[in-house]
Design a protein around this ligand. Structure first.
Ligand SMILES: Nc1ncnc2c1ncn2[C@@H]1O[C@H](COP(=O)(O)OP(=O)(O)OP(=O)(O)O)[C@@H](O)[C@H]1O
Ligand SMILES: [Mg+2]
Length: 368
């Protein structure tokens, strides 16, 4: 005998309200993740529309949703969950930009050089791709490109001519679409370029490259607060900047400068990442806090910006960088890779939540 359900759609939503969206501060209903609820007898079917890349969160989240329904709806029958993924875009301004197929653009920056921006950019990009997102990475460090070596690319991008202009296809490595000045000229040739030429090269990476539809386009920035930062902020409605720092006071002071620079040009700060946060011994796996631990977290609290994660220092990261195999690809289950993955997912959550809850930036008209 069929049992008619003693609950309706609203009861289902009320039950699911208690489940937090992974890596966000809002619940799954507020994040618009629950669609198409149907109830037949005491069975429930609905669509879970994930707003961040699915790979590492799906199973756990589905289990939480089932548990919430069981706890709140007596007499519950079968629960069927259909999965879709739609990563929110930065909005109209982005779809009217020079890269209309790209949903979100993120500058990986630092006030001080050598803190690990390129290492962080590469590993976040690969981690987001591993998680199921479509990702691109532009090497915006025109004078000191790192991407060709770190992503093991020796080839040149394919080029073709359209209306008398040369267009290029990005090169793919480890599931990430890439463009770097290092693919096109010898690094020592770019080194003698004047500022406008370097800025021009970055603009061309946006206007003359066939970027696919991408959920995230990351920029590996040069250190500091110079022309390239300004060019980028004037060329795109950036979803925001991520500031990479190390725990020493000097780096933290420079991180503050970086935050202020982006605030001046109205680029939102998505958060701070502390790299080389603590030491993990490659032999015994033991953790050692060589610098004053927790400085990045304290600085982000002072500046009222999100803290996205901390990455340990370990020889394996440098080895991976030098070999052209990002550590998240080389040793995906190592503690440092887990840190990178967690940080990437926090970043994804932060971007999606902002896109769903805050008004988007005004459109930018880029004239070359
Ligand atoms: N977590 C880490 N553990 C060990 N080594 C690291 C880590 N992060 C970065 N490194 C190493 O530190 C060096 C500098 O890193 P990277 O080139 O990523 O810094 P950067 O901020 O991009 O530098 P620049 O300002 O010159 O662009 C590299 O040799 C890299 O392999
Ligand atoms: Mg770099």
């Amino acid at each position: 005998m069929a049992v008619s359900a003693s609950f309706n759609e609203q009861d289902v939503l009320n039950a699911l309200h208690v489940v937090q969206s992974p890596y966000m501060t809002i619940d799954v209903v507020a994040a618009d993740m629950i669609h198409d609820i149907t109830i037949s007898d005491s069975n429930i079917r609905f669509t879970l529309d994930l707003k961040i890349p699915p790979a590492f969160i799906q199973e756990n989240l589905e289990a939480q949703l089932r548990k919430a329904l069981q706890n709140h709806l007596p007499g519950l029958g079968e629960v069927t969950i259909d999965l879709t993924v739609s990563i929110p875009s930065a909005g109209d301004a982005m779809s009217k930009s020079v890269v209309p197929g790209v949903r979100n653009t993120i500058a990986i920056s630092s006030g001080k050089g050598g803190v690990g921006k390129s290492t962080v950019a590469v590993n976040l990009a690969v981690a987001l791709a591993q998680a199921g997102a479509r990702v691109g990475l532009i090497d915006a460090d025109i004078y000191g490109p790192s991407i060709p070596l770190m992503m093991n690319v020796q080839s040149q991008p394919r080029a073709y001519s359209e209306d008398g202009k040369t267009r290029m296809l990005p090169i793919e490595s480890y599931g990430v679409q890439l463009m770097s000045i290092g693919f096109l000229v010898r690094p020592e040739d770019a080194l003698i370029w004047r500022g406008p030429m370097a800025s021009g090269a970055l603009k061309q990476f946006l206007t003359d490259v066939d970027w696919d539809e991408l959920d995230y386009l990351l920029f590996d920035m040069p250190p500091g607060t110079g022309d390239i930062q300004l060019t980028l902020s004037q060329s795109l409605p950036l979803s925001g900047a991520v500031i990479v720092t190390t725990p020493q006071d000097i780096a933290l002071a420079d991180a503050r400068k970086g935050v202020r620079m982006f605030e001046k040009v109205s680029v939102p700060i998505l958060g701070l990442i502390e790299n080389m946060s603590y030491y993990i011994c490659a032999h015994c796996g033991e953790r050692d806090e060589i610098f004053d631990y927790g400085g990045g977290k304290r600085t982000s609290e002072d500046l009222a910006i999100p803290f996205l994660g901390e990455i340990p220092i370990t020889t394996r990261v440098r080895v991976g960088g030098d070999k052209g195999v990002p550590i998240v690809e080389l040793e995906p289950e190592s503690p440092v890779s887990i840190s990178f993955r967690e940080t990437a997912m926090h970043l994804a959550g932060q971007i999606s939540e902002r896109n769903m809850t805050q008004p988007s930036a005004p459109a930018i008209d880029i004239s070359l």
